[in-house]
Design a protein around this ligand. Sequence first.
Ligand SMILES: Nc1nc2c(ncn2[C@@H]2O[C@H](COP(=O)(O)OP(=O)(O)OP(=O)(O)O)[C@@H](O)[C@H]2O)c(=O)[nH]1
Ligand SMILES: [Mg+2]
Length: 454
Amino acid sequence: MKFHSKPVAEHTEVPTDDKWEEIVAYWNQREDTTKQSGTKHKNTCYVLSVSYTRDVNVQQAQLSEITSLVKAQGGHIVGEEVYYLARHDSQTLIGKGTAQNIAARAHELGANMLVVDAELSPSQMRNLEDASGIAICDREGIILNVFLRHAKTRSAKIQIEIAQLQYLRPRIRGIGMDMDQQAGGISGSRGAGETASELLARKLDGRLAELKKAQKKIERVGSKHRKQRHNSKRITLLGYTNAGKTSLMNALVGEQLSSRNMPFETLDTTSRSLSRHGGDVIISDTVGFIRRLPKSLLPSFESTLAEICDASLLVVVIDLSDYEWCEHLRIVHQMIDKLHAQKIPRFYVFNKTDRVQNMPSFEMLNTLTYDHKCVTLSSKDDEAVTQLKDKLLQAVRSEEQTLEISVPHTASHVMSLIYGKTRILHSEATEQHMQFSIQAPVHIVAKIKQELRK
Ligand SMILES: Nc1nc2c(ncn2[C@@H]2O[C@H](COP(=O)(O)OP(=O)(O)OP(=O)(O)O)[C@@H](O)[C@H]2O)c(=O)[nH]1
Ligand SMILES: [Mg+2]
């Protein structure tokens, strides 16, 4: 299918704006159109985990990851299998014959969609659909759908819609065909498909431009807010999806943020004060990482990633009960490198120890974490969480100094420095002075001393 570079004149047969939105929604939901009731039905999915290893434990872990992603995007799974890919077929990835055999099994179980856990090019996806006669969704499509369902804030919704439209853009032919059918059975008439696809591409580009403009505006406001919070120490929780970041955050700050056994339950960064009095230490929960994160999502999450680079301490949370925890650790390290956040101090929390039978040795953990501080715990263990909180506060404040000073009431500039930029451990008023015990970064302490000497 070719696209004309010049905009075409209006065609009466092409769908209107509403229709276009319907089609994008159709693509997202892939609702079962065989049902006549008009109500939306969940996709009935057959899941194919394409594996590059013969290690059965790894295969099972990967299969379980893709099935939980499919469930998280609202799909109903009727069957699943692992396919060891020994030879890569450039046209269909798995080969036409294999695709037909798998599709037959999927059809037998009543599936209306074959989920292939692999990154498929737009043409591979089309070839597979043609060969198997069943709708295909690849890993990127599934992850985008999960994100779309879980996004709550305007900012996250915009970012994900951008990623999704970028994903749909090269796959437009399929949508164009659907569109022709929806436009009144004109798909056989000459050029009709082209016209519809062409108009869709133009509308899609227009929408993308609008969204990007809105995103830039949100980013500007976000970075302004981050700058304003500059005085506080920031701890950022990060780790593989489902590691228990939100559970740990809830336990640390006594919150009830949503934590479920589901990938990408958290998409929007949430920040809370970790210190008892005031907000001098702020802790943030972030979106989880995953292996083979769709490239289209990486740039669109710049604001979340910016939070990570602003942190004074990164708390890496790892689910020690997951068979692939070492792999998760490797992926987190890869992301830290990608974000150029290697220099930020780190603290590792190996979580879910209540589900672990054979604990790894501390020597092993120290080696894997490059000798950063680390603890093993269960976020359900209140006492362990309280101890962790003290350790985190200590770690994040380790570059601070404590100072006992007496400040004349008239030294308003020093007073505002103390109230604005330090943590007051104790204060007492006398007739002419305020007696303070404060804790603050070294450069602030130096500045206060200098001001007092003036
Ligand atoms: N057994 C056990 N389960 C835990 C522990 N910590 C968290 N969980 C469970 O693990 C699941 C995922 O926890 P979340 O806190 O949502 O994980 P997350 O890292 O925030 O996940 P995303 O936001 O999806 O990236 C939930 O079902 C939690 O109840 C733990 O220490 N022990
Ligand atoms: Mg979470």
